[in-house]
Design a protein around this ligand. Structure first.
Ligand code: AMP
Ligand code: ZN
Length: 480
């Protein structure tokens, strides 16, 4: 079965083919570490993790690289506004690098909580200044860049294909609503973007700066991804990912720089995740509706509930966040965990046809993920398997646990045998139930409960799960 992925560059779902045999070079735009990541950002990192796990599932070895933005990302995502890190430094009265260090550590903790496999290779913008300067030198040499007293800009009219990714005509690209902001009058076109800012004007007191052959300054945001992706993974990349907001500016700019400097494509496949929204608007730090993982945990949720919620919607569809949908995800995930903890009274045999059924679930799961990471479909395959009474419990459990793992929802192995005392009470209870002595059977159910096990009567016989002191009504009465 093949893996198909939607490529934003060609705007089609394509059969994925790696340039190398098994290795897949995968680059992800990393966080700007001036504040806590919000759960919208984290949705993008979860989708990228699902992509990585799917590549593994299809037999590839992804080599994953990511940048950490700790300088140069302006508050308008272009050349205007303030450097977000310096803004964070002023807000907290700390050095920019202390701010970056603090939020980078929280970011990796968040990844860990969401069971996201960290990239094998990570580099910070501030640690790769020489590589960025090398690209500027090449671009100047090839007349793709020009210098003004304020900055060095990439000349977007010096290449034919600028905007191929976004599908936007070059002259439509304005500075948007920010034309009121005083910008560099020597910048040739609104779509041109800064590669290097000099320490003049509003950047006169920029705290982070480095020498360059053209003057002291600091790099523009887009440049680090061109330099870091190339130095960590090589060029062209197999896959480049990010959130959908990067489709219009950041990614076209990365492509322009890398391709003009090195005459090679930057990446073969571009994959973008849709937004997490709140009341139909994008969740964002500047939108004032940002929710962080810590707040979700404080409301009594496991970070994996959030991961489960993200998986219930396809990565290319916007997901509107609500506490109700998170609660539904929590219930669903807890139900799966409970199902995996069930122990049957007797070892079960399968019914006729169960092997074919299992194989068909395995195939359906694979084809769901192979169809551009259709995680909602993959989850529904697991639920169908869970509900299939033809298949012995332990085989359903093994199937579900293995495939939840592929989706990055880990399940801890649970104890798979009943204590002797529970087993003998359960056997007696079965006898009473078959004689329709339900009142007496209920007495034994309570004794079993006191020993820490809940009985669930199913058409395949009673199943037991350790309750750790938790009781739920529907599992607490002997069915008749
Ligand atoms: P940043 O830290 O702002 O550079 O963003 C980190 C990642 O989160 C990028 O890939 C963004 O495209 C992505 N992102 C930003 N806002 C959202 C959102 N509301 N939903 C999903 N992804 C987002
Ligand atoms: Zn990037």
């Amino acid at each position: 079965m093949d893996l198909h992925l939607y490529n934003s560059l060609t705007k089609t779902k394509e059969l994925f083919v790696s340039q190398h045999k098994k290795t897949v070079t995968l680059y992800t735009c990393g966080p700007t570490v001036y504040n806590y990541a919000h759960i919208g950002n984290l949705r993008t990192y979860v989708f990228e993790d699902v992509l990585k796990r799917t590549l593994q599932f299809f037999g590839y070895s992804p080599l994953h690289g990511m940048n950490i933005t700790d300088v140069g990302h302006m508050s308008d995502d272009g050349d205007e506004g303030e450097d977000k890190i310096e803004k964070g430094a002023l807000r907290e009265g700390k050095h920019p690098l202390a701010i970056a260090q603090k939020y980078e550590a929280v970011f990796f903790d968040d990844l860990h909580s969401l069971n996201i496999i960290p990239p094998q290779k990570v580099a910070r913008a501030t640690d790769t200044i020489p590589q960025q300067i090398e690209i500027i030198a090449l671009l100047l040499e090839k007349n793709h860049a020009y210098i003004t007293p304020q900055a060095i800009y990439f000349d977007t009219h010096s290449i034919d294909s600028y905007g191929a990714l976004s599908g936007q005509a070059i002259d439509e690209k304005k500075i948007g609503a920010r034309e009121d902001v005083v910008s560099d009058s020597e910048k040739k076109h609104p779509s041109d973007f800064a590669l290097w800012f000099f320490l003049v004007g509003k950047h006169e007191n920029h705290m982070l700066h480095w020498p360059s052959p053209w003057g002291e300054g600091f790099p523009g945001w887009h440049l680090e991804c061109s330099a870091i992706s190339r130095s960590l993974l090589g060029q062209p990349l197999d896959i480049h990912t990010g959130g959908i907001d990067h489709l219009g500016t950041h990614h076209p700019n990365e492509i322009a720089q890398s391709e003009a400097a090195y005459d090679l494509p930057l990446a073969h496949t571009w994959i973008h995740g849709a937004f997490l929204t709140v009341d139909e608007g994008r969740m964002g730090k500047s939108e004032g509706n940002a929710l962080i993982l810590k707040s979700v945990i404080e409301q009594g949720y496991d970070p994996l509930d959030l991961r489960y919620l993200f998986l219930t919607v396809h990565y290319r569809s916007p997901l509107s966040f609500s506490w109700d949908s998170l609660s539904a995800a929590q219930q669903a995930r807890e139900h799966l965990v409970w199902f995996l903890s069930l122990i049957p009274l007797k070892k079960e045999k399968g019914e006729k046809g169960y092997k074919e059924q299992l194989t068909s679930y395995t195939d359906s799961f694979r084809s769901a993920l192979g169809d551009d990471l259709n995680t909602p479909q993959a989850l529904s395959v697991l639920w169908n398997a869970l509900k299939n009474p033809l298949i012995p419990l332990h085989l359903r459990q093994r199937f579900i646990s293995k495939h939840l793992d592929i989706l990055g929802i880990p399940t801890r192995p649970t104890k798979k045998s009943l204590p002797f005392r529970v087993r003998s009470l359960a056997k007696k209870r079965e006898k009473l139930r078959s004689n329709k002595q339900f009142i007496q059977a209920d007495v034994l159910r309570k004794k079993i409960d006191a020993l820490g096990y809940i009985v669930e009567d199913t058409p395949r016989g009673p199943y037991f799960s350790p309750h750790h002191g938790k009781h739920t009504d529907h599992k607490n009465t002997t069915s008749r």
